[in-house]
Design a protein around this ligand. Structure first.
Ligand code: GUN
Length: 283
């Protein structure tokens, strides 16, 4: 059996088109242009690429996309003052501070300073708490995008055994809660787990560890759905995931490629969150 490919690039384009359409309506009916401000501190090359992509996507869906670039020497107090100014600015509906931050700045303090109503990354403790107790609120973009990918396969989730490999606050933990909300039986596996045993019995595998091809194709249960969040460089310098793609695709029913699977969804869901923030701002 060969798996069907989950085309994240196409699904992300569909999400962005939906957002663009609703944005037009929001402008026409209520005169609101969603505003997204992305703050980048220092010169991390990957962050520069990501932030550029976020600003471009924002402009393409009709938002007012702004990037604030601050020097590597910015103090925590200076960054907090910038965030507070954005909290107070009614034209800004979404605030995102790109991580990682320079050493002198504690990311937790910065994230907690963002107004939860503008927390389009879904990283604020209030957003995390709302997710945990099943209330509305902003969801972290990567796991939110994965839920959309799963929905697009049409595979029912209720009662399925799901394993999330990785326990980060940005992907693994929120992913597990979202799958639980859809009535999956969820396991979070990590570096102290028997990852192979957990993967072997899972109907849904979400790999978010950042270790090149840690998950072997032969571990995948026949017919499982495989979601690969990994973005690693292989020996040839090409992007590759946390799952051995070719071997896994021989057993899975559905699988995401790397690149072109989960990656494009993160920015698309950021647009969706920002639109939602703008819609709620005028109430
Ligand atoms: N760095 C890598 N991914 C992300 C993300 O989704 N949001 C923010 N703020 N920083 C990141």
């Amino acid at each position: 059996m060969a798996a069907q490919i989950i085309d994240g690039k196409a699904i992300a384009a569909k999400v962005r088109a939906e957002v663009a359409e609703e944005t037009k309506r929001l402008k026409a009916e209520r005169g609101i242009t969603p505003g997204l401000t992305v703050v980048r501190v220092g010169d991390d090359p990957a962050s520069k690429t990501y932030v550029g992509g976020k600003k471009k996507a924002a402009e393409e869906v009709g938002f007012n996309g702004v990037e604030i670039h601050l020097p590597d020497t910015t103090t925590e107090a200076e960054l907090l003052a910038r965030v507070q100014a954005l909290n107070a600015d009614p034209s800004v509906h979404g605030i995102l501070v790109q991580l990682p931050l320079p050493k002198q700045i504690h990311p937790d303090v910065v994230i907690a300073t963002i107004d939860p109503k503008k927390d389009v990354d879904g990283f604020h403790p209030v957003s995390a708490g709302n997710l945990f107790i099943g209330r509305p609120g902003f969801r972290p973009c990567t796991p939110y995008g994965i839920m959309r990918l799963l929905q697009e396969t049409g595979v029912p989730l209720s009662g399925k055994r799901a394993v999330v490999v990785g326990r980060s606050n940005i992907v693994g933990k929120p992913m597990a809660i979202m799958l639980l909300q859809q009535n999956c039986t969820v396991t979070i596996a990590h570096s102290k787990s028997d990852v192979r045993a957990e993967v072997e019995r899972a109907d849904i595998v979400v790999a978010a560890v950042g270790v090149l091809e840690l998950i072997k194709g032969e571990w995948i249960k026949p017919g499982a759905v495989v979601i690969d969040v990994g973005m690693n460089r292989n020996a040839e310098g090409k992007l590759a995931g946390d799952v051995e793609f070719k071997a896994a695709a021989e057993r899975a029913s559905w699988i995401t490629p790397v690149p072109g699977g989960v990656g494009p969804m993160t920015i698309a869901m950021l647009m969706k969150n920002t639109l939602e923030a703008a819609k709620q701002s005028a109430r």
